[in-house]
Design a protein around this ligand. Structure first.
Ligand code: EPU
Length: 441
């Protein structure tokens, strides 16, 4: 339950990066020694991924924001369906399991609310490294075997963030050299590379989109602190701007936010570098409309698309948003419309959509649109809204904080997947949010 209309003001610290934490846990399978990860966000996806490890017999200990993992006790190379199906990154254990134990059985992660999200690019790469892989539709499992994994030259047809990580995680213990071409440039990939390097791996980003991995015989334990979550920082920056607030963000990494900060400035948003890791975000003056195209790094991230669209509902004029990474990431649009936003779908003209889009064009269903047009400014009002995806959830929460009146948001467990204790942290900025059970409303 959100009572909107209060500008958010104060200080907030960004938590550790979800999209590194999940992969850091998979890395722990690469050694019998203890892997200690600090700055772990206490969010639902983290618990799900740790459940994947414990389901394999791995010892996991959580103490505050530190997680200790020891994979020596591993008993199984099969990820149980019920555990694996809860989280797409469960498939990332495949490479480490193959490299160390020669076998892995992982549930097909399948589709989710933002698109089909297949792992065909991961599978093709692992096969190039010598894995025999079959998919059994009767039980929903990928079966993978490899007596030895060997290095390979592999060029990704299209960008894949976790696909790149999946192959790095397999290649670090493979025999020989692996060259990944058209590899993802996301900063989370580089944080994972730093962690693996700390474990004794030899990995080099030789060009912006090329990564070379020299397989080693053995990796050792490590103690590693995760980088801050740039998607959280963007959420807080936009929370400040859209509520006409003023927020000081600690553990800020401006170097990871180039495309965002550029767009934010062009919309009239103000950011001030207080020191190397503190940034002040606010909006002074009117919000200017923008035309944004989401892209893999270093472009404007797809994860920022939804909260940005909310920001643009308050801009003076017509804005556009073209989603090119996922084929279905506009689930929040219907909910913002319930709150009075004027957003319509459109289909941006694209010459060769099969090549242009980051998703597989064949995964697109009729009725999908890749663009929205937002007419602003429209004052938002309270509503009863429903969410079914993490970033959509954060966006609808910010919308409710911006709106007048009291809004009810259902499905808030989606927000818990990626944001630790969000209502408590936003309350410190003046937000009026209460978490209630359905029967208490
Ligand atoms: N794709 C395929 N086949 C593949 C791999 C990807 O068709 O084998 C498609 C995807 O369906 C998508 C596009 O290619 O349409 C890009 O996928 P990518 O693999 O780059 O994304 P991802 O690894 O599944 C990660 C983050 C996302 C983030 C994207 C883009 C994690 C756990 N997830 O997803 O984060 O939006 O990269 O940077 O790292 C989030 O945090 O809310 C989230 C969705």
């Amino acid at each position: 339950m959100v009572h909107g209309g209060t500008p958010l003001r104060g200080e907030i610290a960004v938590a550790g990066a979800k999209n590194v934490a999940l992969k850091a846990f998979a890395s722990a399978i690469l050694t019998d020694e203890e892997v200690v990860i600090h700055n772990v966000p206490l969010i639902a996806d983290v618990h799900c991924m740790l459940d994947v490890l414990t389901s394999l017999g791995i010892k996991v200990d959580i103490n505050g924001h530190t997680v200790r993992i020891q994979s020596k006790s591993l008993k199984s190379t099969t990820v149980p369906l019920d555990v694996g199906a809860r989280l797409r990154t469960s498939s990332l254990v495949a490479g480490p399991l193959l490299a160390r134990y020669g076998a892995a059985r992982i549930p097909n992660p399948g589709g989710c609310r933002i698109g089909a999200r297949p792992i065909d690019r991961h599978i093709r790469g692992l096969a190039e490294m010598g894995a025999e892989i079959s998919y059994h539709p009767d039980d929903g499992y990928f079966y993978l075997r490899a007596d030895t994994l060997h290095g390979a030259g592999f060029e990704f047809e299209k960008n894949t963030h976790t696909g790149t990580e999946a192959l790095i995680l397999a290649a670090v213990l493979a025999e020989g050299e692996t060259v990944l071409k058209n590899a993802a440039a996301e900063v989370e990939v580089d944080d994972l590379i730093s962690l693996l390097t700390g474990m004794g791996a030899t990995i080099k980003r030789t060009k912006e989109r090329e990564i070379v991995i020299y397989g080693v015989k053995k990796l050792h334990g490590v103690e590693y602190s995760l980088m801050p979550d740039r998607n959280e920082e963007v959420t807080f920056a936009l929370a400040a701007a859209v509520t006409s607030g003023d927020v000081l963000v600690h553990h800020s990494r401006r170097a990871h936010l180039g495309a965002f900060l550029e767009a934010f400035s062009s919309a009239g948003g103000q950011y001030e570098a207080v020191d190397a890791s503190t940034t002040r975000y606010r909006q002074i003056g009117p919000i200017k409309p923008t035309d944004i195209v989401t892209l893999p790094h270093p472009g404007f991230m797809t994860d920022w698309q939804a909260p940005w669209a909310l920001y643009m509902t308050q801009a003076n004029g017509i804005s556009t948003m073209h989603e090119t990474v996922f084929e279905s990431r506009f689930s929040y649009v219907s909910e913002l419309r319930k709150m009075g936003a004027q957003i319509e779908y459109y289909d941006p003209p694209v010459k060769n959509p099969e090549i242009y889009y980051n998703f597989n064009w064949s995964d697109r269903r009729s009725g999908y649109h890749q663009g929205i047009r937002i007419t602003g400014p429209t004052p938002l009002h309270d509503a009863v809204v429903e969410i079914d995806d993490l970033r959509a959830g954060a966006t609808v929460l910010l919308a409710a904080l911006t709106a007048g009146g009291t809004s009810y948001i259902h499905g808030v467990e989606q927000i818990d997947r990626g944001y630790e204790n969000i209502e408590e942290r936003l309350r410190k900025l003046g937000a009026r949010i209460e978490r209630k059970k359905e029967d208490e409303i």
